[in-house]
Design a protein around this ligand. Sequence first.
Ligand code: SF4
Length: 354
Amino acid sequence: MSPPIPDPISVRRRLLQWYDRHGRELPWRYKKGETPDPYRVWLSEIMLHQTTVTAVKGYFDDFTTRWPTLNDLAAADLDAVLHAWQGLGYYARARNLHKCARIVAGDLGGQFPGTAPGLKALPGIGDYTAAAIAAIAFQKKATPVDVNIERVTARLFALSDALPKGRPRIFERASTLTPQSRPGDFAQAMMDLGAGVCTPKSPDCGVCPLKVDCLSAHQGNPERYPVKAAKAPRPVRYGVVFWAVREDGRVMLRKRPEQGLLGGMIEIPSTDWRDQSWAQVEASRQAPVKGRWRRLDGVVRHTFTHFHLELMILIADVDKKAGNPKGALWSTPHKFSEHALPTLMKKVARHVSR
Ligand code: SF4
């Protein structure tokens, strides 16, 4: 007998029934009968981009306690937002979040656009996020495809085109499933199914509401999907951090340029991050203040999406006569938490303190 082709009507009915009983309770989710708050939906979707639900929960609670409404967030200082964002990574998202809040609160009279194209015109909102907000907050027939929905769809239809090239086909198939009614619940149900049942390594087809419709389950090889093209190895970049410490124990910090990686965050001064490693003498010429720079044992390693970074640390005791470069901030390490230091720089501070 040939396997069935997933029937959208059957998939919608079974999945929504399952969601009504087994959907996750999350801080940003509305309950049945409640009207979704676009601010909370938008905030959660921006936070969830490239981050796990577990990691986001605490940040979401913190943000909505500090800034319960869109207007509150729009009125906040960017530095306060960046500071609260610390640890979530991808700081450009926090800057765009703040920019977007100001545009919606100001130019748009406090109302988010209710359609995916309108949402996509705002800073920090791409195809996926626009579709997710349109579906979840405004009940528009839009199809967000995150990593969970991608996996469930690829398995349902046994789509064997390797990612990333296979994404348009997955999107096209996922779109055929999106219902006119309850599109937001359907999207969240797909996400929940992917997170809890149709997991990457061990899909639990025995308890899955879609097993009768699922081609890969019928074939007996769901783990094969989605097929992924071999990844190019991440390159390694190298940089040098200057730990300049004054007699009063304060260490030099400064703000990174607004544009680029970790833009607008506070850093312990560093060189460019480049493809070749640095010789100590060469790096010392780029130190922000004069001093007898010596190398600390070991290096600090950190991985960004597109590259690994290896930081050498040079340390020097400096006195006030050595100068105070423009933009320098001086802080004792136990007060670093008062600044918007990214995880990478916290690693550096921990390494030095050890
Ligand atoms: S039947 Fe199995 S492979 Fe298919 S959607 Fe459900 S858990 Fe995933």
